[in-house]
Design a protein around this ligand. Structure first.
Ligand code: ADP
Ligand code: ZN
Ligand code: ZN
Length: 817
């Protein structure tokens, strides 16, 4: 009987690929193990075993696998079920999911390595110049990779040169698979096995009396092992014995000591003993009880609790129960880097049972967390992570908490899989028969709608902890202020007055501006020209700090021109404003205050964000200017005033969720003010103080906002009333993409009629030299989503079979909001 496996390859193939295996391999291999397999002419990939069977593929001859890479599965059955769900629901391949799900260190790299042929001596005079360069380089280095060779020759396509070198017998080529992850090793020592007998040890110590330093090291080794009863680190031994690492090395060479390594975790919690969790107040107690009750009937509960109502303390109680019962907890956060404070809070309660999974962590650190979760280790009882942590190998989940569930960063936009971590978490929990708790002060309309439809349970918490008052919100009409000349730069007189008062009290201020950079657009006052990105359909953004113009879409940059590039006039003006400009103005207006800025530009690097947060906590900053980042669940004792510099650019954003998002953003930023007994103040500057959303923000009226927005969604057929799939086509030739998108939309209309919108050019229609066209398919609740997707896939396949359209990239985005 023949044996075969179907494997998932980390590339976007529509189908799984089948390989043939021996019967010995068949009895060893299990679903979820990795194998190295050949693919195409010369590539080697890491594949994940999905299926083991006896059916030969019909259309191609199955190749043999090259190597088995694991002893036991690294991915479990529930994960594979989740991958499959993601691939179906979000219309992507299993390979796409695999790439997103596994730490990159698990996906072995295949790189061609060129080495000198040592067997044959060749006459160098037969080599052409470029061949000789490579051949000579191999005198100095034992092997070269393809990209090294490209660098040496300064050209891309080097395969022909290599091919000629092989034909001349000068070099050979091998395909090398290697693993990137190297666990950090700590050196330990113990007494060599030679001295395990009493007698041998006695003799040794006698001999040692002539080498007192070495003897001291040995004696210290004994005493450390006796007291700690743990393996002894070389570093500890050096320190304790006062000896040198040279002495230890000598002892190892003499085979008196033996050196060995134990893999240790890179990420270690070094805190004090754990705190006991807080006693809940009556409102929290009631909410906790309601959540627990709801879990008896519902799988998903939405906890809608105003900012600072103490939701986190409720989560802590639930987590305690779940880990007590021996199960794992996943605590999802929008971007974990942004919530150091929460990490600390949870570590205070749960110590090193908390594992953190985080995009700023290194590959090594991620692999460690992965393995701890896989082993159900006590170090990963609670995983605190950003969206990709839903892919960790949980085997015993009891609860998933999705904190700040309304946050947009739970959705992955690019590349595929374009999944939403909150919605995927609900599915994951169901696979584990676990519960999901969604929490927010400003729930997304879709979650609240699900609660209203009784799909989710709803628990509300309307009191702030300690009865701290909701901030006092004042709307400032800057149109009027401009007319009456009451503005200094972007600061109204009201804002200036309030800032001065708060500074005098020694309290802190946060100024929120929805844009980074100094001023998004530079415009010539003479001819009106503004410099554009050569690759994208956008104006370049001025960054004062570097005196540069930069594109926020592709990273293109140039130094700020002295004169207009179109007409040569030196009269350049900046339109719009960003965080950098607010920071500048604040420094001028309040010269004695310490002003800092927090945005993507100032928080790069692993600890960039933490540094600013700490400075604010330690009151080294008086005024902090920042973007969205400021809204993420931070808890500052001394912030008394929050200023929103301009509410209108959020409200006017061309997106059906702009109003919902503005509400969420403003309520969340306001929540940063006055989290202690003293009442906080929020000033919102706007050209349109009668805007409904601003009224709803100023009265913290979520219900009104919800009802009004839902009405719009209903009338204009938007989510959550309708489902939505966005199809984007991209090509560098405008006519090609236009023609292709018209074909595509027409085919969709044959199935779905008027529910298809477009094709349309998006507001920024060219990015990285690719023209974009969007088509939107709206799907009523009663229309089958899976049938709709089947139809789209059919159309997509016919599309791809048209020769002219083959080079057009198609992106399917389910729930594209
Ligand atoms: P939320 O997550 O709803 O915004 P938090 O959980 O951050 O609210 O609570 C706000 C503040 O109140 C925090 O500083 C927290 O430590 C404090 N707090 C909340 N509940 C309690 C409690 N039961 N006992 C003592 N302090 C509490
Ligand atoms: Zn000009
Ligand atoms: Zn660009």
């Amino acid at each position: 009987m023949h044996h075969f496996i179907d494997v998932i390859l980390p590339i976007p193939l529509q189908k799984l690929f089948t390989y043939s295996i021996t019967s010995a391999e068949a009895s060893f291999l299990k679903k979820g193990m990795r194998v190295a397999v050949p693919f195409g002419k010369s590539k080697i990939y890491t594949g994940l075993v999905y299926n083991i069977h006896n059916n030969a593929p019909t259309v191609y001859e199955a190749k043999e696998i090259q190597q088995i890479l694991d002893e036991t599965p690294i991915v479990n059955g529930i994960q594979l079920n989740l991958w499959e769900w993601i691939s179906k629901y979000y219309m992507c391949t299993m390979g796409d999911v695999m790439r997103a799900a596994l730490p990159s260190a698990f996906i072995l790299e295949s790189e061609t390595v060129v080495t000198k042929n040592l067997v044959k001596r060749i006459d160098e005079s037969v080599l052409k110049d470029d061949e000789f360069l490579i051949y000579e380089a191999l005198h100095h280095q034992s092997s070269l990779k393809i990209h090294d060779i490209s660098n040496i020759l300064d050209k891309k396509n080097v395969l022909p040169v290599i091919k000629r070198l092989i034909e001349k017998g000068a070099v050979s080529v091998e395909e090398e698979v290697y693993e990137k992850y190297k666990p950090k090793l700590v050196r330990y020592v113990k007494l060599h096995a030679n001295f395990s007998s009493e007698k041998a040890l006695q003799d040794l110590l006698e001999k040692m009396s002539r080498a007192p330093k070495q003897r001291e090291v040995i004696m210290t080794l004994f005493s450390i092992s006796a007291t700690t009863k743990k393996p002894v680190k070389v570093s500890d031994l050096v320190k304790e014995s006062g000896g040198s690492s040279q002495i230890i090395k000598t002892l190892v060479e003499k085979e008196i000591l033996e050196e060995y390594h134990i893999q240790t975790d890179r990420v270690q919690y070094e805190g004090e003993d754990n705190e006991v969790s807080k006693h809940l107040n009556e409102y929290q107690e009631t909410a906790l009880k309601e959540v627990k009750e709801s879990f008896k009937i519902n799988n998903v509960t939405l906890l809608h609790g105003v900012t600072s109502s103490g939701k986190t303390e409720i989560y802590v109680k639930l987590i305690e129960d779940v880990i007590q019962s021996g199960k794992q907890v996943l605590y999802l956060l929008p971007e974990i880097a942004l919530t150091t404070q929460l990490v600390n809070r949870l570590q205070n309660y749960f110590g090193d049972q908390v594992a953190i999974f985080h995009s700023k962590y290194s590959v090594h650190e991620r692999v460690e967390v992965w393995n701890n979760v896989l082993d159900n280790s006590s170090k990963a009882k609670i995983v605190l992570g950003a969206r990709s942590s839903i892919f960790l190998p949980f085997n015993n989940l009891g609860l998933i908490i999705v904190d700040e569930e309304h946050e947009q960063s739970f959705k992955q936009f690019d590349p595929a899989p374009r999944y939403h971590a909150r919605d995927t978490a609900v599915v994951l929990a169901a696979f584990h028969k676990a519960k999901t708790l969604l929490g927010s002060a400003t729930p997304s309309l879709e979650s609240y709608y699900n609660a209203k439809q009784n799909k989710y349970a709803l628990v509300e918490l309307t009191h702030r902890y300690n009865n701290v008052l909701m901030p006092d919100i004042e709307l400032v009409d800057i149109k009027d202020k401009h007319k009456r000349k009451r503005m200094k730069g972007h600061f109204s007189d009201r804002l200036i007055e309030e800032i001065i008062e708060v500074l005098e009290e020694g309290k802190q201020i946060i100024l929120f501006q929805n844009r980074r950079g100094f001023s998004p657009i530079v415009e010539c006052n003479t001819c009106g020209h503004s410099p554009q990105c050569p690759n994208c359909d956008v104006s370049l953004t001025y960054h004062r700090y570097r005196n540069q113009l930069r594109c926020h879409y592709c990273g293109y940059n140039m130094s700020m021109p002295q004169t207009c590039m179109a007409c040569g006039s030196p009269d350049l003006d900046s339109k719009g404003f960003g965080t950098e400009q607010i920071e500048e103005e604040a420094k001028l207006l309040f010269p004695d205050a310490k002003v800092a800025r927090m945005d993507l530009d100032t928080t790069r690097g692993k600890y960039g964000y933490e540094k600013i947060i700490t400075a604010l906590e330690q009151q080294e900053i008086d005024i902090l200017v920042g973007t969205q980042m400021l809204t993420k669940g931070l808890d500052f004792r001394h912030v008394k005033l929050v200023g929103i510099m301009n509410a209108d650019n959020m409200l006017n954003f061309p997106d059906f969720r702009a109003h919902e998002r503005s509400f969420q953003l403003m309520v969340q930023v306001s929540g940063r003010a006055g989290r202690t007994q003293e009442r906080g103040k929020v000033l919102i500057q706007t050209y349109n103080p009668y805007h409904n959303i601003l009224q709803q923000v100023s009265t913290n009226n979520y219900t009104d906002m919800y009802n009004e927005q839902m009405n719009d969604r209903f009338n204009f057929k938007y989510p959550p009333v309708y489902k939505q799939i966005k199809i984007t086509l991209k090509h560098k030739d405008y006519n090609r993409v236009e023609e292709a998108s018209i074909w595509y939309a027409k085919s969709l209309r044959q199935f779905f009629g008027a529910a298809v919108l477009g094709p349309e050019s998006p507001p920024i229609s060219r990015i990285r030299n690719q023209f974009h066209k969007n088509i939107l398919v709206k799907i009523p609740k009663k229309q089958s989503l899976s049938k709709t997707k089947e139809a789209i896939i059919k159309i997509n396949n016919s599309f791809l079979s048209i020769k002219d359209y083959r080079s057009v990239r198609v992106i399917l985005n389910v729930d594209n909001f």
